[in-house]
Design a binder for this molecule. Structure first.
Ligand code: IPE
Ligand code: MG
Length: 244
């Protein structure tokens, strides 16, 4: 979700106004994704690197995140949406952790769609954290290093709980991944749009999905494959669905 600041600048407003409008985009895209029957939606809401932004902006983003969680709580429950987070939870302010835990607990058993918020998240950090934990377990004699392969990683990375990414959408014209879901995007289809996040409409989501449907996903093979899950793990196929 990129381009909040540039959008605000275009209107002659503060960057935080862009974030405010950006959170409206989040609301409509979450709603539309659920209506479309997407199984999983992961939003890169705050990166591990975003802490370097001015304090005022970080605080505004945290306040908006809290507002979103408080105001959407009932709707998430009604629509059967499970909310979870990935990232360094301990770095978030206590007042955000509190509502996050509350909404996560209240929606834990819902199964219509999984909404994952990537907060204080970095793809490299996630992989490094998992590697450290694996090394620790191996050193403690609890894990045979021979068991550690790509599939093993797929089972331990929090971002992989919803399966590999099918479609990665980035707004605002930048064409980079910026430390998002590095592992699970290995075979993701990438979609870039010039639209700035606050102006990203439901029809833009439709366009991205329509484009996705024209892609021929081969996963390194020659024949057309349905999803990445069919290659390794039938359970992952069931769990994955279209992951935006
Ligand atoms: C994305 O918009 C929002 C977050 C990272 C939280 P930006 O704030 O990165 O907007 P630009 O890139 O400065 O326009
Ligand atoms: Mg940006």
């Amino acid at each position: 979700m990129d381009g909040n600041g540039r959008w605000a600048q275009q209107q002659g407003r503060l960057r935080t106004f862009g974030h405010q409008q950006g959170s409206e985009s989040v609301r409509r895209i979450v709603r539309a994704s659920r209506r479309l029957g997407l199984r999983a939606l992961t939003l890169y809401a705050f990166s591990e690197q975003n802490w370097e932004r001015p304090r005022f902006e970080v605080e505004a983003l945290m306040a908006l995140l809290k507002d979103f969680l408080v105001s959407e709580r009932e709707e998430l429950i009604q629509r059967g949406i499970r909310l979870r987070m990935i990232g360094r939870r301990e770095r978030l302010p206590g007042h955000v952790r509190e509502v996050l835990d509350d909404v996560a607990a209240a929606t834990a058993d819902l199964d219509q769609m999984t909404l994952t918020l990537a907060l204080s998240y970095g793809g490299r950090e996630e992989i490094a954290d998992a590697a450290r934990e694996i090394a620790r377990r191996a050193q403690a004699g609890e894990l045979d290093p021979e068991l550690v392969d790509a599939r093993f990683f797929g089972n331990v990375l929090p971002s992989m709980e919803v399966g590999p990414v099918d479609l990665l959408v980035r707004t605002s014209g930048e064409q980079r991944v910026s430390n998002f879901l590095l592992w699970s995007t290995a075979y993701a289809e990438l979609y870039f749009t010039d639209r700035l996040w606050p102006e990203f409409e439901v029809r833009d989501l439709f366009e991205a999905l329509a484009e996705y449907q024209t892609r021929d996903r081969r996963f390194g093979r020659v024949a057309c494959a349905a999803t990445e899950g069919t290659l390794a793990d039938p359970a992952a196929l069931v769990a994955s669905g279209v992951h935006v």
